[in-house]
Design a protein around this ligand. Structure first.
Ligand code: GTP
Length: 362
């Protein structure tokens, strides 16, 4: 089975991390996010991918090429303008001639898509939609099903008094190619609003595949950070430290896992790095610095006695001596935080900004 991976969105909510790179390229455990998606698809014997891209297509095409370096076959379907989730699949119609998967390119999950395919065939469905349970369905597309799993109703972002189920559309579909006839060519359309409700009205067999397996989308920095934490706990033991190449660690530095340290890094005397934390390649942590629960991309410098806690720091950032970056702060690429500054409570700093020393920012 082929998979169309949707990776042409604007990624506005993940800014400033996505000011310079596509959402699907942001590093998770030091690998481009899409590499994790490809790993998942291959596990389910899907090795033919159509990447549906927009604006940042050059970046992805030059990184992934024909996919051979990643042991997967990739072809590209590039949109001249954002066509929406359904419009993007219609645009890739020339590659699709039998049942296929559509996968939102910002989702990380353990949902058993093989079992979903089996159910799709067993039910002779024209559309199957993976459903996942969330605590707060009011910000998602809710999908109501009957006792046999047949979809009864779609409700977009219901208010609490309209919530009848916590099962939401997980952004993974299996479609029969005939569905493409119901999507307008060369136009913007969304499965959630324009296609699935119309198919339901027409009486098509749309089934939900409910799963309680792990599922998260990296749509916001908070969820991006959470995925990194979850995967660090999953792949590295609580005491574990993974070095991805040669690094220099001062004997008086303290590292408590789960931590990943990218190659060519330096961790100075009496500094402390506490997991779950991931540092990209060529980072430099000066003495008495403290880092906990954070994600740093490559080439970052953390100054003497600086503190980072539960934050995301993109590439080439410079955190000054005694500066603090805490609690869901997010720094874009090439940001300089001057000595002694204190950032907290989810402050986001756009790329290339320099905050003068001791210009306290909260
Ligand atoms: P926000 O701007 O933060 O809402 O992010 P987004 O643009 O990525 O939108 P959303 O999170 O709703 O998209 C879910 C998935 O569909 C992501 O993987 C997007 O890349 C993808 N997507 C959304 N719109 C389009 C589109 O017009 N074309 C393509 N090819 N993919 C899209």
């Amino acid at each position: 089975m082929k998979a169309v991976v949707l990776a042409g969105g604007e990624a506005t909510r993940l800014r400033p991390l996505t000011c310079n790179i596509a959402k699907t390229m942001v590093p998770v455990l030091n690998h481009a996010f899409l590499e994790h998606v490809f790993g998942y698809l291959k596990k389910h014997n899907v090795s033919d991918v159509i990447l549906a891209l927009g604006r940042q297509s050059d970046q992805l095409q030059s990184y992934f090429g024909d996919g051979s370096d990643f042991d997967i076959k990739i072809v590209y379907s590039v949109e001249d303008f954002p066509m929406g989730t359904a419009g993007a699949v219609k645009n890739a119609e020339r590659f699709l001639d039998s049942s296929f998967i559509v996968f939102n390119g910002d989702v990380f999950t353990d949902i058993d898509v093989t079992a979903m395919m089996n159910l799709h065939q067993e039910k002779k469905a024209s559309v199957s939609i993976a459903l996942t349970l969330v605590e707060n369905p009011t910000i998602y597309g809710v999908v109501e099903t009957d006792e046999k799993g047949r979809v009864k109703r779609f409700i977009e972002k219901p208010s609490w008094d309209k919530v009848t189920t916590n099962m939401i559309n997980a952004g993974i579909y299996i479609l029969e190619p005939g569905i493409l006839n119901y999507i307008a060519p060369e136009a913007f359309s969304m499965f959630e609003h324009d296609v699935f409700p119309a198919l339901l009205d027409k009486g098509d067999a749309i089934f939900g595949y409910s799963s309680d397996a792990y599922w998260i989308d990296i749509g916001t920095p908070e969820k991006y950070l959470r995925l990194n934490h979850d995967l660090l706990h999953r792949h590295i033991s609580d005491e574990g430290v993974r070095f991805e190449g040669e690094s220099v660690i001062h004997p008086a530095a303290q590292i408590e896992g789960p931590v990943i340290i990218g190659e060519g890094s330096f961790v100075g005397k009496n500094s402390i790095i506490k997991g779950p934390t991931v540092m990209g390649a060529r980072c430099r942590v000066e003495e008495f610095a403290f880092i906990e629960g954070s994600v740093l991309w490559q080439n970052c410098r953390v100054g003497k006695e600086a503190r980072l806690r539960n934050c995301v720091v993109a590439s080439n950032c410079h955190i000054g001596d005694e500066a603090e970056v805490l609690d869901n702060c997010v720094l874009g690429d090439n940001v300089r935080i001057g000595n002694g500054n204190k950032l907290a409570k989810g402050i986001r700093i756009w790329p290339n900004k320099a905050i003068e020393p001791s210009a306290i920012s909260f």
